[in-house]
Write a protein that binds this ligand. Structure first.
Ligand SMILES: Cc1ncc(COP(=O)(O)O)c(C=O)c1O
Length: 400
């Protein structure tokens, strides 16, 4: 439609949201679909956080707030960075937005000029390349491999950097693979960045607290203090605190960048929801013991899925360190034909046939920039996962 902005030609809608909607539609039409597409915990927000929100409503905290966050939340965020990451930020170096998504978007909008490049390791979270394009920049995808457990090597990072590179977007543990970088692995990447002083790091630490088997989370500014002045450390309450609907994300970084992000937010959405901000204060300052209990369930489900997938011929999957995703390769299934006669030409054909013939909704790998794979979100009940794995097994067993 000629009326619409040409910018829209550069971006596509979120494929993960599309899969979730398709699964929802089929369910509404009476099909017994198991959805493994959604990237959100199935746990409810903890009661003490809900109580803080209710108290905020009753106390009249229902008005506009400062554009990028109330002082109490900025203080709680500074305390969190000190406690968990050993990072010293002041409230003036903190920005709060409507979810991690808005924070990343603000940062890209505030910094990218036409032709600026952003290095994005693949497999990547679906929104990174499109956000970069919306902001007028050029995504430069550096594809990690299954052999390296979906982690970018220093050589790959070095090769992706040009004089036009403005940012590296770094995400560990990762959506969609669950891969988490060890301190040594991350140090090898920050060493490369130290040789390129014009490149900044936008680190998306959204899955920081979701890590298993003793994996120790680390973040670039902590691993390499020399990068502190060119790092935007992004995080949020959505995943660890089961607060996806509350829409609170935050970041800390150099003050001029934070001020620029505030300017964008002031002319778009203004402050994030006042009530959610008070809930986030309680999430960050309050008890954290429920996270360990949630993680026990996530680890059990990860193992359940990995175990089931390892018994399917043609599928390989490394054991991820964190988040709540696995990213199996279906290289061994390409070219086969399903029971209904569909040829598995690529991972999109696989995911479509799996939904249509076996009632299991997953997201195809091309959406995340690395094929042939698919993503399972295991943030759902053990029963649903067991049944979904049985259906995937049966579906694959019938391939010819
Ligand atoms: C890697 C990653 N970053 C950011 C986000 C956005 O989080 P929020 O819901 O807080 O906007 C997500 C959500 O799926 C994610 O997986």
């Amino acid at each position: 439609m000629a009326f619409l902005s040409a910018t829209l030609d550069r971006v596509k809608p979120s494929p993960t949201i599309a899969v979730t909607n398709k699964a929802r539609e089929l369910k509404a039409a009476g099909r017994d679909v198991i959805g493994l597409g959604a990237g959100e915990p199935d746990f409810d927000t903890h009661q003490h956080i809900k109580d803080a929100a209710i108290a905020a409503i009753n106390a009249g905290q229902t008005k506009y707030t400062a554009v990028d966050g109330i002082p109490e939340l900025k203080q709680a965020i500074c305390a969190k960075f000190k406690r968990d990451n050993g990072l010293d930020y002041t409230p003036a170096q903190v920005s709060v937005g409507t979810g991690g998504k808005q924070i990343l978007y603000n940062a890209l909008m505030a910094t990218l000029n036409p032709g600026d490049e952003v290095v994005i390791p693949a497999p990547y979270w679906v929104s990174y390349p499109d956000m970069v394009k919306l902001a007028g920049g050029e995504p430069v995808v550096a594809a990690a491999t299954l052999e390296n457990a979906f982690k970018l090597t220093p050589e790959q990072l070095e090769a992706a950097i040009t004089p036009k590179t403005k940012w590296l977007i770094f995400n560990s543990p990762s959506n969609p693979t669950g891969a988490g970088y060890s301190r040594e692995e991350l140090k090898a990447l920050t060493d490369v960045l130290m040789r390129h002083p014009h490149v900044w790091v936008m680190t998306d630490d959204m899955y920081e607290h979701l890590a298993y088997d003793g994996f120790e989370f680390c973040t670039p500014a902590e691993v390499e203090p020399g990068l502190f002045d060119r790092t935007l450390t992004c995080n949020g309450v959505s995943k660890a605190y089961a607060m996806t609907g509350w829409r609170i994300g935050y970041a800390a970084g150099p003050e001029p960048l934070i001020a620029a992000m505030r300017k964008i937010q002031s002319q778009s959405t203004s402050n994030p929801c006042s009530i959610s901000q008070w809930a986030a204060v309680e999430a960050l300052n309050g008890p954290h013991d429920f996270i360990a209990a949630n993680n026990e369930a996530f680890k059990r489900r990860r193992d359940l899925v990995i175990d089931a997938l390892s018994q399917i011929d043609g599928i390989t999957c490394p054991v991820p360190e964190g988040a709540f995703y696995v990213y199996p390769s279906i290289a061994g299934l390409i070219g086969k034909t399903t029971a209904a006669g569909t040829v598995i030409t690529d991972d999109e054909a696989f995911a479509t046939a799996l939904l249509e013939e076996a009632d299991v909704a997953v997201v195809f790998g091309a959406a995340f920039g690395l094929s042939p794979n698919f993503r399972i979100s295991y943030a759902t009940s053990d029963e649903a996962l067991t049944e979904a794995c049985r259906r995937i097994h049966d579906f694959c067993a019938k391939l010819r």
